[in-house]
Design a protein around this ligand. Structure first.
Ligand SMILES: [Zn+2]
Length: 264
């Protein structure tokens, strides 16, 4: 149950009929891993901290650069050169002193990535390269964790939610079955309009809160595409790649069969 202070603080969201005190308690007890503290990670983390997510882990090895400031919205010009994770953690703890924020100043990979994913309830992929995205996807499939992934390039944004805990679901690798993008497509080297990144990051926070409060649409993952110039959204269903090397075997694992949804 939520405390009196939490009731007051989160009143405007827990008074939503499908959230309630139980939903808020779930948010306050939740553990979210945010990989990448750029434009997506800063926007997502602000709203998750504000919503009361009890444990937020942020991972990034970068320091703040001047060119980050237009879209990495928690960083100030006098913080250029400082660690992104430390600066963001200070921001989030000032925003909401009741939550725990843990920092990892390195690129997560291998066993450390697997461990951090296994500890989390929801993983938010805010990285800017597809190799890391594939590693995060694989760790989420193997640990049956929810993954909220997004990207923004130019005027376009995209987002998908994969709830590996609930369904034998397609994965990110089914959607993008490769490890490298053309140089022109790499987010880190591409031009981008800041508010598009912010929109995708805030959207990631919204989807994470829906996963935590069990309000996410888990029936079938979709690729949501946003065109910032026209303001149009498109939704495309993501299909299983039967040859997918990442999730192919997970459909028949004992873990999935033992999931309550499969035990009716
Ligand atoms: Zn797959």
């Amino acid at each position: 149950m939520v405390s009196d202070k939490q009731f007051q603080q989160y009143l405007r969201q827990l008074s939503l009929p499908n959230v309630g005190e139980n939903g808020q308690a779930a948010i306050c007890e939740s553990h979210v891993l945010i990989v990448g503290c750029g434009g997506l990670g800063t926007a997502a983390s602000m709203y998750l901290a504000g919503a009361g997510v009890g444990r937020i882990v942020i991972a990034d090895d970068d320091d703040i650069e001047l060119s980050n400031l237009p879209r990495q919205i928690t960083y100030r010009s006098n913080e250029v050169g400082q660690s992104k994770v430390k600066t963001l953690a200070d921001f989030l703890k000032a925003q909401n002193p009741d939550i725990n924020v843990r920092t990892i100043k390195r690129r997560l990979h291998g066993s450390q990535l697997a461990l951090e994913v296994s500890l989390a309830d929801v993983v938010i992929d805010c990285t800017d390269n597809i190799k890391t995205r594939q590693a995060i996807n694989k760790a989420c499939v193997e640990n049956r964790k929810a993954l909220v992934t997004a990207a923004a390039i130019g005027w376009s944004g995209q987002l998908s939610v994969f709830q590996f805990s609930k369904l034998a679901t397609p994965c990110y690798h089914c959607l993008y079955p490769f490890e490298e993008l053309d140089t022109a497509m790499k987010c880190s080297e591409s031009s981008v309009m800041g508010p598009v990144v912010g929109m995708m990051g805030v959207y990631q926070a919204l989807e994470a809160l829906k996963v935590i409060t069990d309000l996410a649409n888990s029936s079938h993952p979709e690729l949501k595409l946003f065109d910032g110039l026209t303001g149009q959204w498109q939704s495309l269903k993501i299909s299983h790649d039967e040859t997918c090397s990442v999730c192919r075997d997970s459909k028949t694992t004992t873990g999935i069969k033992n999931d309550p949804i499969y035990r009716k």
